[in-house]
Design a protein around this ligand. Sequence first.
Ligand code: NAP
Length: 293
Amino acid sequence: MKILDGKSLSELIKKEIQSEVASIVASGKKAPHLAAILVGTDGASETYVGSKVKTCGEIGFGSTLIRYDSSVTESELLEKIHEINSNPEIDGLIVQSPLPRHISFEKVTETIHPSKDVDGFHPVNSGRLMQGKPSFVAATPKGIITLLDRYGIETSGKKCVVIGRSNIVGMPMSILMARNSKPGNATVTICHSKTSDLKSYCLEADIIIAALGKPGFLKGDHVKEGAVVVDVGITRVADATKKSGFRLQGDIDFDEVAPKCSWITPVPGGVGPMTIVGLLQNTLMASKKEILF
Ligand code: NAP
């Protein structure tokens, strides 16, 4: 069994981006700039946004963090998004979820201009992805594809099971694995909460990508010998031995599954750091206007 080490690969790719940014700035152009909107004080959201903003600084991107109290109205938030859409200094915008109940995630997503939608959630970007056209791809599936690509994992002709069908992970992941590309060209089965006999699909799979948010769900007897297993799950599980009072747990029972795999991602240190890389790559693309809308 070998580890798909997202942490060290992400460090390498961040250095590559950093050197590209240095050349951009040396040529007299402005550095890529990411804006992030955070509503409320959810602990996990604070951590994710904080780490995105910090990484921007490390690699030479500009960043703006806009904070709102959870009482902010939907119209105030949408107005801010319109303002950012027309601000030429800002290349990419993300709005951290979850949002308070009185704010529609859909409305927020659809208000971000597709050219600044570096999370890839706007229907224009997801529709373009489905049609195989240039688009911003959601950061987590994009990061996983980069991980498989850089590790030279063969996907063509392989049977792939994606567990989960959310718009931000499972669905785009399935399309990326199935599309006519490298990595891609896999035969993909999408499993979800209504799938009966999920284990039988997993046992057939050469590649399993688990994105369901159920800690330790995938056991050793779900996986065939030699499979490649990617764990997207990051659930905070109470752990009194940790200073924070919790630890992050993936959707895979690592101790049971790892001995059967050819390759596996750890949690933490697998998909998480690659997700940040996906976001940085999208922001760089946005600043270079690589995709025309
Ligand atoms: P989500 O929106 O809650 O979607 C979960 C999906 O899993 C749904 O499609 C659901 O099926 C399916 N599911 C739930 N229980 C299942 C079961 N017992 N058997 C089969 N399928 C089941 O979650 P998400 O946003 O896609 O995120 C999934 C996980 O990835 C979470 O742990 C999240 O924290 C993590 N995540 C990690 C990163 C990262 O950077 N590492 C980024 C994003 C998300 P239905 O559609 O039928 O409800």
